[in-house]
Design a protein around this ligand. Structure first.
Ligand code: CP
Length: 304
């Protein structure tokens, strides 16, 4: 895995994914170690972020590395007209690895092709978010005790949601049954349904999930992403179509867990937060351990 970029979840074999999850478990038990001493990680965020950027930075700090970068491209020379290519060719002189979030699909792949250091895609438009998927897999395995044969409900913005796109590709390796719940305008794109069909996997599409909620092992809620709509009226039509409320969870499986990549707007009512089945803030914490494991794996740093 050394010196490899992580742009799509399919850049990792199943064996590599499982090794990273096992390593993340070790970091969960012992997160403060000086494994990145002398390493510099660049975090280039061309789009806003709380969890991804800060959990990467927390991961690096806890491992004794240093961070350079920007949280807002308007403070970089991009605001003077510098191209992405020139930015990457410059920044890769200053660091050992680049973490990049960018609004344009394919930008992370492009950056990985010109950079001399590994590039981690921290989200490229509506395309992929592979490190989110790694922490989602970690959270699913931790709460369910397995990744095999689970029934996953994905709810909300399945069209523009990069987290669900990456997660579908990842979970397809473990004989998952997928239930996609979205309004007509935000359905799972055909390319991901075709991906599952080619693997012979089952998926079902619904407009509502109240009648079938008792079958879920994981309910993966997502935000309708206002920033991806060109017409504000289209966003207004769909923004509150699904709101998960505590009362809806009463007939769900004992071990079912509610996940959400966050940020949330209205799609999970705050009355769910104190339900033991709500797992989204622990899920965000798992981002630190999985990102520690990803950084060490891509930099070829072995455990002492
Ligand atoms: N889940 C996620 O990507 O959150 P942020 O946008 O806050 O990084």
């Amino acid at each position: 895995m050394k010196n490899k970029s992580l742009v799509s979840i399919d850049d990792l074999s199943t064996d590599e994914i499982l090794k990273i999850l096992d390593l993340a478990e070790e970091f969960e038990h012992d997160p403060v170690r000086k494994l990145l001493e002398g390493k510099v990680i660049a975090t280039l965020f061309f789009e806003p972020s709380t969890r991804t950027r800060l959990s990467f930075e927390s991961a690096v700090n806890r491992l004794g590395g240093k961070i350079v970068g920007f949280a807002d491209a308007s403070y970089s020379s991009v605001s003077k007209g510098e191209t992405l290519k020139d930015t990457i060719l410059t920044v890769n002189n200053y660091c050992d690895l680049i973490v990049m979030r960018h609004p344009i699909e394919g930008s992370a792949r492009y950056a990985s092709e010109i950079a001399s250091v590994p590039v981690i895609n921290a989200g490229d438009g509506a395309n992929q978010h592979p490190t989110q998927t790694m922490l989602d897999l970690f959270s699913i395995r931790k709460t369910q005790g397995t990744l095999d044969n689970l029934n996953i409900f994905m709810v909300g913005d399945l069209k523009y949601g990069r987290t669900v796109h990456s997660l579908v590709m990842a979970m397809s390796r473990w004989n998952t049954t997928f239930n996609f719940i979205a309004p007509e305008e935000l359905k799972m794109p055909d390319e991901f349904k075709l991906y599952l069909e080619n693997l012979g996997l089952k998926y079902y599409e619904h407009n509502d999930f109240t009648e079938i909620i008792s079958k879920a092992d994981i309910i993966y809620m997502t935000r309708v992403q206002k920033e991806r709509f060109s017409d504000p009226m289209e966003y207004e039509k769909v923004k509150n179509v699904y709101v998960l409320k505590n009362s809806m969870l009463k007939d769900t499986k004992q071990n079912m867990r509610v996940l959400h990549p966050l940020p949330r707007v209205n799609e999970i009512h705050i009355d769910v937060d104190n339900n033991p089945k709500a797992y989204y803030f622990e899920q965000a914490l798992n981002g630190v351990y999985t990102r520690q494991a990803i950084l060490c794996s891509l930099l070829g740093i072995k455990q002492p």
